[in-house]
Design a protein around this ligand. Structure first.
Ligand code: ZN
Length: 308
């Protein structure tokens, strides 16, 4: 097995690529380029060129790589096809053979997995989950994603729990700002429509006006603003509703919070931990940690598909 693999994080607007030294988790300088959404042919040309540039920059050859790992916001089936439902690249429709097309373009083996599972893998091997057997990573960004790892491997052959961010945490309908447009999942009052960065900002704007942002809000909580602390309590209660369900479902040793909101939650980690009342057995304890990886965790995790 080679010491290196390439990691590619395909996003709806931008794609990131880097070379990872698998034994240390060192990520090369990451190249970022616009995801070619309109032309399938151009998409593969841009991917191949980006890989070639990265290899040149690192003075490596294609034969130095174990393969190319892919992170994509979609369900990835064991045969390397994807479910286009949540993927934002228009030509990647249901059953799109992503891995085989990329293998043809690169002339290298390709492994792909769901984006949050891949971030969870990076966390479990080189991030906040290092040293824990069972990790659950939850990203609180524009949506809410879940990635479970057991013994530094993604849990299950496929990403069957990646939509667990849609568990119910409240009745639904009580907040016009959050409930005007029902979530695509069909569950009223789901976690994503409550605690994602996008949803929480909508909630805050309904109280403070359109100038409020998550960042400004967490600055207020750090100053001890009473009204802000009241909203924070509500947010932590809602988040804990979901985390307690995850403890019963997946029995994680650690829950790692990532995504845009997680940094604001750092001072309130203890308050959140106190809300974790679910207990699977007397020895079981679930800790909360905040993601320690930087924004290239998708590239790192994708390459780490070659370490599992
Ligand atoms: Zn939902």
């Amino acid at each position: 097995m080679s010491r290196y693999a390439a990691g590619i994080d395909i996003g709806g607007t931008r794609t990131k690529i880097g070379i990872v030294e698998l034994e240390t988790g060192t990520v090369s300088k990451v190249k970022v380029f616009d995801t070619c959404r309109e032309s399938e042919e151009q998409f593969f040309i841009s991917m191949r060129e980006a890989l070639e540039q990265c290899l040149k920059q690192e003075k490596l050859k294609k034969s130095d790589l174990s393969g190319v790992g892919i992170s994509i916001g979609s369900y990835v089936f064991f045969d390397g096809t994807i479910d286009g439902m949540s993927c934002f690249v228009p030509f990647m429709t249901e059953g799109y053979p992503l891995c085989s097309r990329l293998e043809k373009a690169f002339g290298l083996p390709v492994r792909a997995d769901n984006d949050v599972r891949v971030i969870g893998l990076a966390e479990s091997i080189y991030g906040a989950g290092k040293g824990y057997a069972r990790t659950l990573t939850i990203t609180l960004g524009s949506g809410v994603g879940i990635g479970v790892c057991v013994d530094q491997r993604p849990f299950g052959e496929e990403a069957f729990c990646h939509l667990a961010g849609h568990v119910k945490v409240r009745a639904g309908g009580e907040f016009p700002a959050l409930d005007q447009e029902p979530c695509y999942c069909g569950v009223k009052g789901c976690l994503e429509s409550t605690c994602s960065g996008t949803s929480f900002e909508k909630y805050l704007k309904s109280y403070y006006g359109s100038d409020m942002s998550n960042e400004k809000f967490f600055a207020l909580t750090a100053e001890g603003d009473t009204e802000a602390l009241g909203h924070l309590e509500w947010y932590l209660d809602m988040l804990a509703e979901a985390l307690n369900q995850y403890i019963y479902l997946y029995c994680p040793d650690v829950i790692i919070l990532g995504g845009g909101i997680s940094r604001g939650l750092l001072p309130w980690k203890g308050s959140l931990e106190k809300r974790l009342t679910a207990k699977v057995h007397y020895k079981q304890r679930t800790e909360i940690r905040i993601s320690s990886l930087m924004e290239d965790s998708g590239v790192l995790g994708a390459a780490l598909l070659y370490q599992v």
